[in-house]
Design a protein around this ligand. Structure first.
Ligand code: AKG
Ligand code: FE2
Length: 316
């Protein structure tokens, strides 16, 4: 059931740019999700990144609390603080958000985890290079200069907003939840594009309900399992707006494990691309009024962390 989520190879990028642009365009205008292969991050690099992410979450809570979440910067460790408008309940996970700037005193120290910062920054750098390839194709498809999005996602500038998020979903064995209760609630990402790394099944996508449905809760969902060696990529609201709705930001969620699936911890890693604060998000066709990427992001963060009704407990 559902619509196939295609794999797009970035192999021989410079020579195959037009063909890759066509493949990405089709996937992004129809589903908003695709898998990247031949992207340049090795299996070992991804494995090591997961290892140090797990090492962070295994630290005692009082150590993690040294890196507590700061909403004004969208940096740090939170546990159960994120809520999704689809069900207003705290997500059953903890996460660590890391950025390119404003990180003084916020990187987990080498005493807490050896080489944490260096490993993360090398991984972030690779993610950014892969993202630039994809974004340059979308720039071409939308009729912008090829480096248009690259210039607007400049991580060397202090107003960069890219966020690298490590996630740990708590184990669910021995717990019961209301029918259909998600592990991560239905949402659209608010960024430009997201690179997602996970293991196994769980992620589900609801293509075709872009920005029009009420969180697509009762809709038909398509499985989007993590495929070894690939990166799952999706379009976020900021790029949908920048493309005058051509590139689709779609609902997705993480479902609970099915019978027979692992009910232990689930780890995932996301590199959220976002335009520089001073960039103006304005489509060629002017479908929406121009908005600064700073305003766009701060409103979106408020929707997740602040503007939520009081929650009740989900698990029993
Ligand atoms: O953990 C996952 O697989 C999905 C995470 C996600 O969609 C998000 O953090 O925006
Ligand atoms: Fe997401």
């Amino acid at each position: 059931m559902g619509r196939p989520i295609v794999q797009v190879s970035l192999d021989d990028f410079e020579n195959r740019k037009q063909e890759i642009t066509n493949d990405l365009w089709k996937a992004a205008t129809e589903i908003g999700f695709f898998y990247l292969k031949d992207h340049g991050l090795s299996g070992d690099e991804i494995k090591h990144m997961f290892e140090i992410s797990e090492a962070f979450f295994k630290l005692p809570a009082d150590v993690k609390a040294k890196y507590r979440f700061d909403l004004s910067k969208n940096i740090g460790w939170e546990s159960g603080q994120q809520k999704r408008a689809s069900h207003h309940l705290p997500e059953l996970k903890e996460s660590l958000q890391l950025k390119w700037h404003d990180m003084e005193g916020r990187w987990p120290s080498d005493q807490d985890i050896a080489d944490f910062q260096a490993t993360c920054e090398a991984f972030m750098q690779k993610c950014q290079e892969i993202s630039f390839k994809v974004l340059s194709c979308f720039a071409l498809g939308l009729g912008f200069e090829e480096d248009f999005f690259t210039k607007n996602h400049d991580v060397t500038k202090p107003d960069a907003q890219q966020t690298f998020r490590l996630m740990h979903y708590f184990p669910v064995e021995g717990k019961t939840f209301p029918e259909g209760f998600p592990r991560a609630g239905s949402h659209c990402d608010f960024e430009t594009i997201t690179l997602l790394f996970a293991k196994g099944a769980g992620l589900e996508v609801c293509p075709g309900r872009e920005a029009t449905s009420e969180h697509a809760v009762g809709d038909e969902w398509t499985e989007c399992p993590a495929l070894p060696g690939t990166i799952t990529v999706n379009i976020g609201d900021a790029l949908m707006r920048w493309s005058d709705d051509k590139l689709k930001s779609n609902y997705h969620r993480v479902r609970m494990p099915l019978p027979g699936e692992d009910k232990g911890s689930r780890f995932s890693i996301a590199y959220f691309n976002q335009a520089n604060k001073h960039s103006i998000i304005e489509g060629k066709e002017g479908r929406y009024p121009p908005i600064s990427a700073e305003e766009f992001v701060s409103e979106s963060l408020r929707a997740i962390y602040v503007k939520q009704p009081q929650a009740v407990s989900a698990a029993s």
